[in-house]
Design a protein around this ligand. Structure first.
Ligand SMILES: C[S@@+](CC[C@H](N)C(=O)[O-])C[C@H]1O[C@@H](n2cnc3c(N)ncnc32)[C@H](O)[C@@H]1O
Length: 273
């Protein structure tokens, strides 16, 4: 009798999940919450308690916000049910039942979703770049202003610099995968851009175009002007400081009127209602 060959057990690795990879490589909600609280305290002398997260995706920020303090409440708004459902399963479910009751996921349009007056409306990861005309962007900024309490802040981020205005790829290594930021199109006449996020692995097929963005690359002067036109009483740009020895960004953002011509920067724009 022939010896039966011992069958090699196939190890099944769980398939990588694009939202998990995105959260691990793109988002830093702990730092965001700290920054938002610092801004609000400086402006109004008290902690913020109600957050509205426009374009919330998986609501990672909203869930982190609620976990931070028992009085914190969050409303996350997104059009797409897929990231919302993912966030409910993977982010919201990790909170205590009590904290979960303070997070509200809204499947809706940021231009029309109704939420209680917020201390802060945060729209992160450049999501508002999807508005491509001045009228559309001003319209969104006006709407965001109406979502705020009388003492309220609207906080956005933006990216730019010479490197943002050309086709290029940037690869960042993470544990178990590479994150690839692929600037595939930049049109100097319209400032239309098409960007992709790919994920690459050592022993797996790459996850090509896990996320696709069709945006207009807005400049900081345009954004500040439109926020002013939308009625905000004060608008400031927060620029990242640099480590003295490496000249790399140090993660500390302070309000600045002027900045050096960094070839690739990320900044925050803070508008007071
Ligand atoms: C770039 S992702 C941002 C996710 C998350 N805020 C972050 O910081 O990583 C943009 C999200 O905006 C959502 N979105 C696009 N247009 C929207 C709209 N008009 N109203 C609400 N959500 C919208 C998309 O479904 C997507 O989840």
């Amino acid at each position: 009798m022939a010896k039966r060959k011992k069958q090699k057990k196939k190890r099944t690795r769980p398939a990588p999940d694009k939202y998990d990879l995105y959260q691990r490589s793109v988002q830093e909600p702990e730092a965001d919450v700290k920054f938002l609280q610092r801004l609000f305290k400086k402006q109004f002398g008290r902690p913020a308690r109600i957050l509205r997260e426009d374009f919330c995706g998986t609501a990672y920020l909203s869930c982190t916000w609620a976990a931070k303090h028992q009085e914190n409440r969050a409303w996350g708004i997104d059009l797409d049910p897929e990231p919302l459902a993912w966030g409910e399963k993977h982010n919201l479910s990790k909170l205590s039942e009590e904290a979960q009751s303070r997070v509200h996921l809204v499947k809706g349009n940021v231009l029309s979703a109704q939420t209680p007056p917020a201390d802060i409306n945060a729209a992160f990861n450049f999501s508002y770049f999807l508005f491509k005309t001045r009228d559309e962007l001003r319209g969104y900024f006006e709407k965001a202003r109406t979502t705020l309490a009388e003492e309220g802040l609207f906080v956005l981020d933006a990216y730019g610099g010479a490197d943002a205005q050309r086709r290029q790829r940037e690869v960042r290594e993470h544990e178990g995968f590479d994150y690839v930021w692929d600037q595939d199109v930049f049109d100097p006449i319209t400032h239309d851009v098409v960007n992709y996020i790919h994920f690459e692995f050592r022993r797996r097929k790459r996850m090509k175009r896990a996320f696709t963005y069709h945006w207009r690359l807005w400049s900081l002067p345009e954004i500040q002007e439109l926020l002013g036109e939308a009625g905000y009483s004060d608008v400031g740009v927060y620029w990242e400081g640099v480590e003295a020895d490496t000249d790399e960004g140090n993660g500390v953002f302070t309000r600045r009127k002027h900045a050096p011509d960094d070839p690739a920067w990320i900044a925050y724009i803070v508008a007071v209602r």
